[in-house]
Design a protein around this ligand. Structure first.
Ligand code: C2E
Ligand code: CA
Ligand code: CA
Length: 407
């Protein structure tokens, strides 16, 4: 966690030397490496002009230029920074300065009466990270083109990585697991979507290499989370081609053993359409995976043509209902009917139901009414890189629960 905080640059503005040293020591204890200080608003503006500062701690009472004037100048000069407001004065005054700063367009991450406490500072810095983090959503831009040669070089150069999207229980919004989603950090084209390179890998005989590489990366993260005491499940997407690979199951078992991971905490997601081709060999692989204790999810359900009978033959444990049935179901009666009957079907087949692509509160409400088990979507969290996921688990998740408890 502190590794994320360590990358921040913080400016402490206070006329009292003791207070400045105290605030700087708190920042240092939290791991902030890049620290600046100023004794009044004028000096603070000089520091801000010369350095990129993420967060400024502002004491309201200072000579030469006080905190309120400093806040106004930061807003007028459109300086890109966030603020934490501090004062020994009464909390109502501090809060009203905070409201004023927000009205001026500033990003306020905390308002506190002195003395500043370590927990309050840590929460504010984490909030800054959470509010400004870059999500791991790649551009789905049609004008990005990547070639098989570039992809094989990317594999060799470790440019492929994973983002993780939380899967939450509808009851209580508990973190049940995360789905690993492939990302390619292309050196010149930015973050490339799996929609652009998974199929390429399948067509050019690279999917096994890609799957092996990403699974080891995923297991590495899972092992690290376990070391932190976090035991949520991990879901991983398998290409239909992997289901035809007879060595896959043995390799997977060896890998879980090597990483000290329980198969019962791993779910493999396979798309509905993967089951329409070589059904016999797919079922053989899936059945073996189940016997070894892994979970199996049928992904993107509702986009393909699998019927209830085909579905009942697959040794799955989970049904992931596609976003096309989930999102906006509240305003489309027909879609809602199909969604409801899909949930019923899954329940009759004893499958855990997961709704994908939950984007709004209205989407979520319907899923609660229909008794869906798990939810996943932008409404809760976009896919996040591992560091940001930990921040979200520590702060964003409980914030969201509190919001929902009030409703
Ligand atoms: P998927 O398995 O259905 O994954 C969910 C996709 O929906 C992800 O796109 C995710 O970013 C996106 N998504 C999540 N919540 C929302 C939402 O609320 N609204 C909208 N509009 N979208 C949402 P992504 O990451 O671009 O992945 C696309 C597909 O690529 C995945 O679809 C999966 O089929 C495939 N894929 C991703 N990673 C891997 C992998 O490691 N191996 C294989 N074989 N396929 C992968
Ligand atoms: Ca999936
Ligand atoms: Ca899906």
């Amino acid at each position: 966690m502190s590794s994320v905080i360590s990358e921040l640059s913080v400016l402490v503005t206070d006329d009292s030397l003791t207070q400045r040293q105290y605030a700087k020591a708190l920042c240092q204890d939290l791991g902030v490496n890049s620290l600046f200080d100023a004794a009044n608003g004028m000096d603070a503006l000089d520091v801000l002009a010369a350095n990129a500062i993420d967060v400024v701690l502002i004491d309201l009472e200072m000579p030469i230029m006080d905190g309120v004037e400093l806040i106004r100048s930061i807003a007028q000069k459109k300086i890109k920074t966030s603020v934490i407001i501090l004062s020994a004065k009464d909390p109502i005054l501090i809060a009203s300065v905070g409201t004023m700063a927000e009205a001026d367009g500033l990003h306020v991450v905390g308002t506190f009466q002195k003395p500043l406490l370590p927990d309050a500072l840590e929460c504010s810095l984490l909030r800054f990270i959470q509010d400004t983090r870059v999500t791991a959503e790649p551009k789905k831009s049609a004008d990005i083109e990547v070639t098989a040669l570039e992809l094989s070089q990317a594999l060799a150069n470790n440019e492929l990585t994973l983002a993780f999207q939380p899967k939450l229980t509808v009851q209580g919004l508990l973190l049940r697991g995360v789905e690993a989603l492939a990302r390619w950090r292309h050196p010149t084209k930015g973050l490339v979507s799996p929609a652009l390179f998974i199929e390429l890998a399948e067509r050019h005989g690279m999917i096994d290499a890609l799957t092996h590489y990403l699974l080891e990366e995923a297991f590495n993260y899972k092992r690290t989370w376990q070391q932190y005491g976090l035991r949520f499940h991990l879901a991983f997407n398998l290409s239909p081609l992997s289901l035809a690979d007879s060595d896959m199951v043995d390799w997977l078992c060896k890998l879980t053993e090597q990483y000290g991971i329980a198969p019962a905490e791993i779910t493999f997601e396979v798309t509905e359409n993967a089951l329409l081709g070589e059904l016999a060999s797919a079922i053989r692989t899936l059945a073996r995976l189940r016997l070894k204790g892994f979970h199996i999810a049928i992904d993107d359900y509702g986009t393909g043509f699998a019927n209830a009978q085909q579905l009942s033959r697959v040794p799955a444990t989970e049904l992931k209902i596609d976003r096309s049935l989930v999102h906006r179901a509240s305003t489309r009666p027909q879609q809602r009917t199909i969604l409801a009957s899909t949930v019923d079907l899954a329940k009759n087949l004893n499958l855990t139901t997961v709704a994908e692509g939950v984007e709004t509160e209205e989407d979520f409400k319907i899923l609660c009414e229909l008794g869906v088990d798990l939810v996943q979507g932008y409404y809760f969290s976009k896919p996040l890189f591992a560091d940001d996921l930990l921040v979200w688990v520590k702060t964003g998740l409980s914030q969201m629960r509190r919001q929902h408890e009030k409703k």
